[in-house]
Ligand binder design. Structure first.
Ligand code: CU
Length: 158
């Protein structure tokens, strides 16, 4: 009798746990990038949220529109702001990673085709624990400074 009761209890627990598993471990908000010419570089920005209870790390990214994709940050080098590759971007639970101009970004190097304002491009993010997450990145004007803006003027060099 005792054994049978344990089996039933375990089955019930599995059903209760199911809705929690339905939530994606990683949530990406407002991914965007700047328009750029074929053969040049662009960068993707977004806010990455970790909905699990444990630290995860974005370790790489790929996109069919760029021959090389790197994770970058900006650092002060004396009085000059320079960007440099980082091996991973940490995403702590309850502490979203904000990728934005002048900070962390995903560098799209050697574009296989032009990125045009108004289109979306696929970008696959690979996380240490959550695995692959593909997002559609909205391409903004070359001078845009945020996800919903249509900037213009001088090309922002980063
Ligand atoms: Cu960069």
């Amino acid at each position: 009798m005792t054994t049978r009761r344990i089996v039933i209890a375990a089955g019930f627990a599995a059903i209760v746990a199911a809705p929690a598993n339905a939530q994606a471990p990683i949530s990406v908000q407002e991914p965007w990038a700047r328009a750029a010419l074929q053969g040049r570089t662009s960068a993707a920005y977004m806010t990455i949220e970790n909905t699990t209870a444990a630290l995860d790390r974005l370790v790489s990214a790929t996109s069919p529109v760029a021959r090389v994709v790197e994770l970058h940050t900006h650092m002060m080098d004396g009085a000059v702001m320079r960007m440099r590759p980082v091996s991973a971007i940490e995403v702590n639970p309850g502490e979203p990673a904000v990728l934005r101009p002048g900070g962390l970004h995903i560098m799209l190097i050697d574009l296989a085709r032009p990125l045009r304002a108004g289109e979306t491009i696929p970008l696959t993010l690979r996380f240490e624990k959550a695995g692959e997450v593909t997002v559609n990145v909205a391409v903004q004007a070359a001078g845009a400074s945020g996800p919903g803006q249509h900037g213009h003027g001088t090309q922002h060099r980063h």
